[in-house]
Design a binder for this molecule. Structure first.
Ligand code: ATP
Ligand code: MG
Length: 179
């Protein structure tokens, strides 16, 4: 299955030009079974969003983790009431790309929010979660020169924001060192 292959190349350490929208689409396909019966997915992709130069499989793991957390924050049974919004935006001034994963799930109270990036921190029942998802995601995004943030309103939902430096536009790359 091609979508899964995008996320499972641990031996490939290198960075390449990655189209974030393609990775988000693949994450949605992988999570399709869990999404069904919980929420509709709304994609807000800017027309001209840039690419990022990162390890594709690592960024895929980050996005899939955020999406699965969003799914797990939404109770089953009322999919017309719930939404998971995936937004990709370019910030041309900061030369950054912003990826938002928002849900209309249970939200995170302030005393929990302070700990969500800690390794092994989980509020899920024994055996349901390791509590490693966000701490690994945070480390991977930092390693890409980016940042991972979160805002939440208990009872209303949560937004995770991945911010990454954009890859230079190859058509504008200056050619140097020609004989
Ligand atoms: N979208 C979200 N809505 C509500 N709570 C969240 C959300 N994302 C994360 N959390 C909270 O942060 C905790 C840590 O998340 P993390 O992804 O690190 O671990 P986990 O989901 O519990 O387990 P694992 O990802 O290892 O299966 C969760 O247990 C949950 O309390
Ligand atoms: Mg998780």
């Amino acid at each position: 299955m091609r979508d899964v292959q995008l996320f499972s190349r641990p031996s490939d350490e290198g960075a390449s030009r990655v189209d974030v929208r393609r990775l988000l689409d693949a994450s949605v396909n992988i999570a399709a079974e869990q999404l069904r019966g919980r929420a509709r997915v709304v994609k807000v992709y800017d027309g001209e969003v840039g690419c990022v130069e990162v390890n594709e499989s690592r960024l895929g793991q980050v996005l899939l983790n955020l999406l699965l957390n969003a799914v797990q924050a939404i109770p089953e049974g009322d999919p017309s009431r719930h939404e998971i919004r995936l937004a990709v935006r370019d910030d041309p001034v900061a030369l950054a790309l912003t990826i938002e994963v928002s849900d209309t799930g249970v939200g995170i109270p302030a005393n929990v929010l302070a700990h969500v990036f800690e390794p092994f921190f989980t509020t899920k029942p024994m055996g349901a979660g390791t509590g490693l998802g966000l701490s690994i995601a945070h480390g991977l995004v930092m390693g890409m020169g980016g940042s991972l943030g979160v805002t939440s309103e208990p009872g209303r939902g949560t937004t995770f924001v991945v911010r990454l430096p954009v890859a230079p536009d190859p058509s504008r790359r200056s050619v140097t060192g020609r004989p």
